[in-house]
Design a protein around this ligand. Structure first.
Ligand SMILES: [Zn+2]
Length: 387
């Protein structure tokens, strides 16, 4: 009989072995033993179990200086699929990928106007699953990114669209018999982005869309707070007695610095009923003075935001994702220059590599990590392909 602690050690070793094969493979049994400081017998036992579960395959042989050619262990990343759904304000995006977040296909659907969201999701998920080629493990998980607050897989609050059923995940699990995990979009984004920046353990992702979300990674793990409300950065207050926000407070930063707020303010100053992002970008590129003023303001707001975030977390990496910085990348340099005059001079701020799909890749990550029972899935940016 195996005692509790022996079982725990075996589970940890299994996780480490699989994580190494998935993230650093193809790798030999001998190399695994060396890297993990485990005996060859322990490695062989675990590998046999993983081979039986079809989570690992043996491939060809690797060359060594001695001329011996050991069998290499690889992760069959095309042996299953992950599905990631993003429930945005105006549209629903669905991404399918293999088990390493690669060979992605992205589809966009309008947010349903009449059909109930659950029914709509079931319909588009069924048609997507039916279109996927058959694999050993099938669809290993579905993730749902929500603009709002999620706590322990239950939806608590969505400020910008009608609140779906709080137990949306369990209803979808009943329908598909596949694990379904929901999480706040910015939280998934920091997980997605960190799959590429593997060496950064304390990382903050600031997502500027209709609102402003923040994902917090501490020591490599997502931090969601006491009941899921951590990172609601858009609702930190910039102006006392300022503009009213759907959260009930006044002067929240997202009422001034979000994409929607900037475009709205630009339209107001130009006496226009509204403006699209494309038209705004055209005005900015044509050096139209009000558009230039709006980007000065955006730089100022983001500098304040990043300064406050950095003075709170002292993160080793801050990733900024906004349509303005994505289309006008020199805004980043201006934000950095502005930060130079503040306390956190050496803070590394970069633009998002994944942009709009960061949350979806984060979703793939949680589905695959949950399926494989590993803690960190590394995704190789260079080979991220879409089809
Ligand atoms: Zn607010």
């Amino acid at each position: 009989m195996i005692s509790g602690s022996q079982e725990m050690i075996r589970d940890i070793n299994r996780r480490l072995v699989l994580e190494n094969i998935v993230n650093n493979g193809p790798i030999s049994r001998a190399a695994l033993a060396k890297v993990l400081h485990l005996t060859k017998a322990t490695i062989s036992n675990i590998v046999q179990e993983l081979l039986d579960q079809k989570l690992v395959t043996e491939i060809g042989s690797g060359d060594t200086a001695m001329g011996r050619k050991p069998i290499m262990l690889a992760f069959p990343q095309d042996s299953g699929h992950a599905l990631a759904v993003n429930i945005g304000v105006e549209q629903i995006t669905l991404l399918t990928s293999d088990l390493k977040g690669q060979n992605c296909a992205v589809r966009e659907y309008p947010f349903p106007q009449r059909e109930p969201l659950l029914k709509y999701l079931i319909r588009i998920l069924h048609s997507t699953i039916d279109s996927l080629p058959a694999t050993t493990h099938g669809v290993v998980g579905i993730s749902i990114a929500i603009y709002g607050v999620v706590y322990e897989n239950t939806l608590l609050f969505t400020p910008y669209y009608k609140m779906p059923q709080p137990d949306l995940c369990s209803l979808l699990e009943e329908e598909f018999r596949i694990p379904v995990k929901a999480e706040n979009e910015a939280n998934l984004s920091v997980l997605g982005e960190s799959a590429f920046h593997f060496n950064y353990q304390d990382m903050i992702m600031i997502n500027v869309h209709d609102g402003i979300g923040m994902g917090i990674l501490i020591e490599g793990h997502l931090y969601t707070g006491h009941n899921g409300y951590a990172g609601e950065f858009g609702h930190t207050i910039l102006y006392p007695n300022g503009k009213l926000c759907p959260c009930g407070n006044r002067g929240c930063i997202e009422q001034y610095a979000s994409e929607t707020a900037i475009l709205k303010e630009y339209a107001r100053r130009r006496y226009l009923p509204s403006i699209t992002l494309d038209d705004f970008l055209y005005a900015y590129r044509s050096n139209e003075p009000v558009a230039m003023d709006m980007m000065d303001l955006f730089v100022q707001y983001m500098s304040i935001a990043i300064n406050n975030v950095q003075n709170t977390f002292n993160a080793d990496l801050i990733v900024l994702n906004s349509a303005f910085t994505n289309y006008i990348p020199d805004l980043l340099q201006r934000i950095q220059n502005s930060l130079g005059t503040m306390q956190n001079r050496d803070c590394r701020v970069i633009l998002s590599q994944l942009q709009d799909i960061s949350g979806l890749i984060g979703g793939v990550r949680i589905s695959v990590e949950n399926f494989l029972e590993i803690e960190h899935l590394k995704i190789d940016a260079a080979t991220l392909g879409t089809r």
